[in-house]
Design a protein around this ligand. Structure first.
Ligand SMILES: Nc1nc2c(c(=O)[nH]1)N=C([C@H](O)[C@H](O)COP(=O)(O)OP(=O)(O)OP(=O)(O)O)CN2
Length: 165
């Protein structure tokens, strides 16, 4: 029977500062504010003959790289059903509930997510990690994103069902 091992990566340096607002409905959203989001991971992989399952330094580098991509940006969901994001010169014009907001494009990331929530960030980062880990012998991968102490969301992939939860 194959032996699996689980690695946990929870580093203080795996974080990104981002501005966002959560959208609750077509008419209700938070005010613009920021968080120091932190990212951790659980990786399950088969044990190798050499006594390790996967080199966690490889995954640490990937997580750090993804955090750096998001660091110090205004993060907008590109797939929200409630707001539109349109390029307008150097800015993005964002329309929500009859109001327009402009954000400098160079300060802003429009991500393929439906809301700027910890769970959507977790799903986005999970997809990116799976892309970067393609072809590797992983059994499970879970990414957890916290917006502060005691509040976090996660997304999990399993090779058993090839599903994302
Ligand atoms: N399911 C989710 N619900 C909420 C999310 C989220 O990402 N997923 N995010 C928010 C807010 O953006 C954010 O968490 C603000 O939280 P808030 O509690 O108002 O402020 P703090 O982070 O400072 O937490 P304190 O408990 O007040 O210290 C809301 N819901």
């Amino acid at each position: 029977m194959e032996r699996l091992a689980t690695l946990y990566i929870d580093k203080e340096s795996h974080k990104f500062s981002a501005a966002h607002y959560t959208i609750f409905s077509a008419t209700e959203r938070e005010r613009l504010h920021g968080h120091n989001f932190s990212v951790s991971a659980m990786i399950a992989a088969p044990m190798g003959d050499n006594g390790f399952a996967a080199d966690y330094n490889v995954y640490k580098r990937r997580i750090k790289g993804l955090c750096d991509e998001l660091d110090e940006y205004m993060v907008l969901p590109g797939h929200s059903p409630y707001q539109s994001v349109v390029e307008d010169g150097d800015n993005y014009r964002v329309s929500f509930n009859g109001e327009d907001m402009w954000f400098l494009r160079s300060d802003t990331l429009v991500l393929p997510i439906v809301n700027s929530t910890v769970e959507e960030f977790a799903h986005y980062l999970l997809r990116r990690m799976l892309e970067e880990s393609a072809g590797e012998a992983l059994a499970e991968l879970e990414i957890c994103v916290a917006s502060g102490p005691g509040q976090k969301g996660s997304a999990r992939w399993s090779a058993m069902d090839e599903g994302i939860a």
